[in-house]
Design a protein around this ligand. Structure first.
Ligand SMILES: Nc1ncnc2c1ncn2[C@@H]1O[C@H](COP(=O)(O)OP(=O)(O)OP(=O)(O)O)[C@@H](O)[C@H]1O
Ligand SMILES: [Mg+2]
Length: 591
């Protein structure tokens, strides 16, 4: 029962923050619509206006001839009416075609720009906002373009109805003025009722709706945990409570909509009754002609539509503003911060990393690192170990520049990462997480995403080096087998080995493995260890590991404790001098 103005009301609070049509224009600028397109819009509307006036005038002439039974020039007027109707229809069709093209143009260009913008935001934005928040803003363009088309269509309708209204006003000025009772009553009704209606569309109702959908989505994603922990009943109970709260208010909203419809119909009937009586009185006492009376009765609907279209137009414009506001938020640095890079290039990177006196804390959190310093040498395996929560993954994220740090704290080949251009960081470092993200595409497509120009030989080579080739070949279509939702499912180890193949195709010098073997069986773990050791001959390898047994061959182990570097050395050295390290290792061996 949601009507098309609902979104407008929901967004009312946001609209308040908007200064006029500024946001819409800013967003439309992103669509890069040519000036000539705007000229075409104006021309088509000018032609439509002329056609509408002619059409209304000729219809009035025909009605007049018939009511007066005066058929002089009747055939001539009919023919002219036919020509104007044909032209009007033709231009209207042009307009429809034009509107569809314009709509697609706006959607295409703004969506791509928004999508690009989202991908260039700082990672912290993704921690703080749900994916729906981004989708909502990326696809604001779809709403905007369809509303803009509604605005254009409304303008066309207004021109059309205005032409008829002018003609009626010429024939029956007093009755037309009396008919203004319709918009006046409507305005008064809206003035009184809109605040009450808006109160129903409050944040609470909106949030309940979002929570309800979020819970049902999460229940599907987490179905295994829900079943194994026997949470079904509690989840359904929670869902029902949210549903009850949402629909209780929804019912009130629906009742209001029905009441509004009833009241609007009553206003129409009232205006009709008043004008019938007024017309009769004017005919009886003020020489009002029957022709004008009949003309008025047949065209009064156009007056009503003119006002309805006009209020629709106002809603559409505000709706565009609200959506533009949302779309533009992606470009608003205060809400969504964009990654910042320098312009220095690193050619032929060695793969040397240094962190000097780094202080870091996640937003609004207490300090995680204070004066952290460490060095990672090229063509070696460096392991970072320490208890859960020490900040191992954070160090990897910081070297990847996923979060901003102060200047001169992290260096890549001796250059401050804040001065480096994006490509010099991202194409030289690959971060393989415990459960890497693999797209629902074929093996080949997943691999080509990182290096679209890779030859088949390069693909095979990368897969062989990462020990995933034999598995891929055992699947029904080899490299062209689909992975994911509609295809084969990969195990944790297979995902990681595929991610290593991606890293090799990316030709990254620095490869980071975060807990990559912790969830694997011994065989998969050994396979990955073998791959890592082979890669270390010409890559900087950083391994974050819980199981110390997997990193005993590392050239250097950085042991973290209390978010500080407690010790650095080889496994042998640390076993000899670092009691903590020795204890952790011993516990692991016993286990
Ligand atoms: N995105 C984030 N926002 C805020 N705090 C975070 C974020 N990510 C991690 N933290 C906090 O920073 C600290 C270090 O986290 P990090 O993930 O680096 O630890 P870790 O050593 O990798 O742990 P584990 O071995 O469990 O993976 C933790 O206390 C964690 O709660
Ligand atoms: Mg971690």
């Amino acid at each position: 029962m949601k009507n098309k103005n609902d979104d407008l009301i929901v967004e009312k609070e946001e609209v308040k923050k908007i200064s006029g049509l500024k946001n819409t224009l800013t967003l439309l600028k992103k669509a890069q619509i040519k000036k000539s397109t705007y000229c075409w819009i104006v021309l088509l509307y000018a032609i439509s206006a002329v056609m509408a006036v002619f059409h209304a005038y000729l219809t009035a002439c025909l009605t007049k001839s018939i009511t007066q039974a005066n058929f002089d020039n009747f055939v001539m007027i009919v023919l002219l009416f036919g020509v104007v109707s044909m032209l009007k229809m033709t231009f209207q069709n042009f307009q429809y075609i034009f509107n569809v093209k314009l709509e697609n143009l706006i959607v295409k260009s703004i969506n791509t720009k928004n999508y690009n913008q989202v991908l260039s935001l700082e990672i912290s934005n993704f921690n703080d906002n749900s994916s729906e928040e981004f989708q909502n803003r990326i696809y604001a363009a779809n709403q905007i373009s369809s509303i803009i088309i509604s605005v254009l269509t409304n303008i066309y309708e207004i021109i059309h109805n205005l032409a008829y209204t002018i003609i009626i006003f010429i024939y029956a000025p007093i009755l037309s003025l009396i008919y203004a009772i319709y918009p006046i009553c409507k305005i008064i009704y809206n003035k009184i009722m809109t605040p009450k209606f808006n109160a129903l569309y409050n944040k609470n109702w909106k949030e309940n709706g979002i929570k309800m959908t979020a819970l049902s989505r999460e229940a599907i994603i987490g179905v295994k945990d829900i079943k194994s922990l026997n949470m079904n009943n509690q989840i359904i109970k929670d869902y029902k409570a949210k549903q009850d709260a949402y629909y209780e208010q929804q019912n009130k909203i629906n009742t209001y909509s029905i009441k509004t419809k009833f009241f609007m119909s009553a206003i129409v009937s009232l205006s009709d009754i008043v004008t019938f009586l007024a017309g009769y009185l004017l005919y009886k006492y003020a020489n009002f002609s029957i022709v004008s009376f009949v003309l008025f009765l047949s065209y009064k609907g156009y007056i009503r539509q003119l006002f309805d279209q006009f209020s629709n137009l106002i809603s559409c414009v505000s709706n565009v503003e609200a959506n533009s506001y949302r779309g533009n938020e992606l470009y608003n640095d205060k809400k969504f911060s964009k990654e910042k890079f320098g312009n220095k290039k690193l050619n032929n990177i060695k793969g040397d990393i240094e962190i000097k006196n780094l202080n870091f804390s996640y937003e609004n959190k207490t300090k995680l690192f204070k004066n952290l310093s460490l060095k990672i040498e090229p063509n070696q395996i460096t392991a970072i170990v320490g208890r859960s929560g020490e900040g191992k993954s954070t160090i990897l994220s910081l070297i990847n520049k996923f979060y901003s740090v102060d200047d001169n704290k992290i260096f890549l080949d001796g250059v401050d990462i804040n001065q480096l251009e994006e490509k010099s960081i991202r194409s030289n470092i690959v971060y393989i997480q415990q459960s890497p993200y693999i797209f629902n595409m074929t093996f080949r497509e997943n691999l080509l995403l990182v290096n679209p120009k890779a030859t088949k030989k390069e693909l095979i080579d990368a897969c062989q080096k990462s020990e995933i080739y034999n598995f891929i070949m055992s699947t029904p279509n080899g490299l062209d087998t689909m992975i994911g939702e509609n295809g084969i499912k990969l195990s944790g180890g297979q995902k990681q080995r595929l991610a290593i193949a991606r890293a090799l195709l990316n030709k990254a010098k620095i490869i980071m493995f975060d807990e990559s073997t912790s969830s694997l069986d011994n065989e998969s773990q050994l396979k990955i260890q073998k791959v890592i050791e082979r890669l270390s001959s010409n890559h900087t390898i950083i391994v974050v590991a819980h199981r110390l047994s997997t990193i005993i061959n590392a050239n250097k182990i950085i042991y973290l404790k209390g978010h500080k570097v407690k010790d650095i050395g080889t496994h042998k050295e640390l076993m000899g001098r670092c009691e903590d390290y020795k204890n952790i290792y011993k516990v692991e061996i016993v286990e």
